[in-house]
Design a protein around this ligand. Sequence first.
Ligand SMILES: [Zn+2]
Length: 199
Amino acid sequence: MPVKDTFLNPEDKSYKPSRHPENLVMVEREATIRYKKSYGGMSAYFQGIMEKENAVLRYTVCSNQDGHDEQRVLRFQVPRMDCPECYEKTAWDSLPGETRFIVETKSTAVNLAGISFMDQLPVTVAWIKAVLPEGIELDTLTAGMVNLEDYNTLAKGDELKPVFRKAPKASASDVMWVPKGTRGQKLPEGYIPSKYYNI
Ligand SMILES: [Zn+2]
């Protein structure tokens, strides 16, 4: 585990370290942990968003209608390996190109972020409703990263389109979202459309 230490001034009372700071040596330790992270059963989702111009958004479906509070099929995006209502294994499918992606609301906690996004604050996210071509809405909203400029102008009901990282990192941020009709230079840097989802 690589470790980097930086000497800290023991006189600085903000550390409240000791009644005898003159006898204290203190360092700030920065540690990097390297490990192999597996996406396990979620790998199919990440494979889908890493396909650049061939990228697809995969979702999961639970057809065990009798096991659900309301007796109907449930659809989840991002995918759930196990159905949160009946705990059965779900089936995988891809969102077709004609799927409509509509802003439902925007995240207001833009300065709170998981560790993967700590250096990218504010993290501007729109909560997106996906509507399949036959008019069926998915049962979950998708948290979609949008750039700050778009975040400031987006409103409920606006239509978004997914774009995908040209050099994927195997991260949820390999997909970003732009307002329908966004072209060329206006796309987030390093992101391209997929042939499956017309902008
Ligand atoms: Zn189920």
